[in-house]
Design a protein around this ligand. Structure first.
Ligand code: GDP
Length: 476
């Protein structure tokens, strides 16, 4: 990338991809203008159609977002009406609410944003204290935070649900049936029942609802590609189907100045000067039943076999290579310190057979996943982002934390299968089929033929089962 011009501390050279409107420069979000200095230029460029859609969405958000006249007018009318209202001056909203860990939240939020763009809804987010201050405001003229006085705030659970609405279409007569103004759309995993969200009939119903309150922890982007009324738009926006999160995640999630401080300081101190950066994400879902040595064996089997890391030389105590030594920096993200300690010791005690120098660095080791803890989430976000800046990525299967890192980084990771007990399954890791996150619980229903299917990837092109979670599906 070209050297940057600066005004004060703000760099005004823009990344060339156009995801961010060049007019949108602020000191309150340094990462928006500086991050491209830390990242290799992506070979995947957003389509002009996507860029036009994003600018169009920004206009909608500026017109209907919190504190605008249209927002006030719409809310005043909505509070008075239980049933959906229509009119050109009425704005529609999609409220995203949080469920599960940060990775789950980010993938479901990106999917919610695309749904909002497709349905011309304004996206508002309810972050709660634990997510406040992690990201910059993504839209130029109006906030995406749910206003304190938003109708039914803290009482969303009492609203009519999407499930009930669907039931009513069957059980209630046409004269009595009505679509509500507010609806709770619950798409969190766990309800393994078919929800028909990906069917066109459901979408024409949902389209009438003025405010959708979404609770989801899933990356249901493949569902959107299954809906025929969205098909053309999505094809125009994403000629490369495996770049959805890569573009939308990079557009939405700019680290706040506090997060950017954590990211840039760590990067500058430990990663910047290495010849190659290897990101290693080690997520242990069941630490009680998985000895750390098993995981360590799996990590070594994966990285050494695939030549991501060099073997150590057991015969020599000093490398014979004196000049032009290249260096590898390994960035470890894990709740535990053990793996870094073991790797570091291994590369300290012996030279490598290639003569490469290997440094191993871990920003934090939090011990366990914590809820309602802002600084814990800040570290998690910084680590996902640091992983995304690496050249090569090795991740733990089924982890949405890893999905965010791989997609923002535009990387196809080596994914290690989930391990339980004292032995890992061969092969220790496999290359992901695309950089997209996996949608863990896709529908199993073909809406056109009205039949059950074993795996939706058999019905739709550009979808494949995920290597780490076979019943899941991802865009390729
Ligand atoms: P998933 O459970 O792996 O799909 O990822 P999530 O991000 O949804 O939830 C896991 C949560 O545990 C994260 O959001 C963090 O709060 C915490 N966590 C897990 N692994 C790490 C890690 O390597 N570093 C940090 N800082 N936190 C982690």
């Amino acid at each position: 990338s070209s050297p940057a011009n600066t005004t004060g501390s703000i760099l005004i050279n823009r990344p060339p991809d156009g995801l961010v409107d060049p007019k949108f420069v602020e000191k309150s979000c340094i990462s928006r203008s500086q991050s491209y200095l830390y990242r290799k230029e992506s070979p995947h460029k957003p389509s002009q159609y996507l860029l036009n859609k994003l600018r169009g969405y920004e206009d909608l958000h500026a017109r209907c977002g919190p504190l605008t006249k249209s927002y006030g007018r719409t809310m005043r009318r909505l509070i008075k009406s239980k049933h959906h209202i229509s009119g050109t001056r009425i704005c529609k909203y999609l409220v995203w609410t949080a469920a599960n860990g940060l990775g789950n939240r980010m993938i479901s939020l990106a999917a919610a944003f695309l749904y909002a763009v497709l349905t011309e809804r304004v996206l508002l987010v309810e972050f709660g204290n634990e997510m406040i201050g992690l990201f910059c405001e993504p839209f130029p003229k109006s906030s995406w935070h749910l206003p304190e006085d938003f109708p039914y705030k803290n009482r969303f659970d009492h609203l009519q649900t999407y499930e009930t609405l669907l039931m009513n279409t069957i059980n209630i007569s046409m004269e009595q049936f009505s679509v509500p103004s507010f609806l709770h759309l619950y798409l969190e995993h766990g309800g393994h029942k078919e929800n028909f969200f990906h069917c066109d009939d459901s979408q024409s119903l949902l389209q009438k609802v003025n405010v959708l309150i979404l609770r989801s922890d899933q990356y249901n982007i493949p569902s959107l590609f299954m809906i025929s009324s969205f098909k053309k738009e999505l094809e125009n926006m994403f000629p490369e189907k495996d770049t959805v999160f890569h573009h939308l995640g990079s557009y939405l999630f700019h680290p706040s100045n506090e997060a950017w401080g954590l990211i840039s300081r760590f990067y500058d101190a430990y990663l910047a000067n290495s010849d190659e950066k290897i990101g290693l994400q080690i997520r242990v879902f069941n630490p009680k039943n998985t000895p750390s040595q098993t995981i360590m064996d799996q990590v070594l089997a994966c990285t050494l076999k695939n030549k991501l890391l060099p073997q150590v030389d057991l015969l020599k105590s000093v490398s014979s290579q004196l000049q032009n030594k290249t260096s590898k920096a390994v960035l470890v993200a894990s709740l535990y310190p053990d793996y870094t300690e073991k790797l570091r010791t291994m590369y300290w005690r012996r030279p490598t057979v290639t003569g490469e120098i290997v440094g191993v660095y871990q920003p934090s080791s939090e011990g366990k996943q914590r809820f309602n803890d802002n600084s814990h989430n800040m570290k998690a976000w910084a680590e996902m982002y640091l992983l995304s800046l690496c050249d090569v990525l090795v991740t733990s299967g089924e982890s949405t934390f890893g999905y965010v890192a791989q997609s923002i980084g535009g990387l196809k990771p080596w994914i290690m299968g989930k391990t339980l007990g004292t032995e890992f399954r061969e092969p220790p890791c496999a290359r992901a089929v695309s950089m997209e996150p996996c949608f863990h619980f896709p529908p199993k229903f073909d809406c056109k033929r009205k039949t059950k299917v074993d795996h939706v990837s058999s019905v739709f092109p550009n979808m494949k089962p995920c290597v780490d979670f076979y019943s899941g599906v991802k865009m390729v």
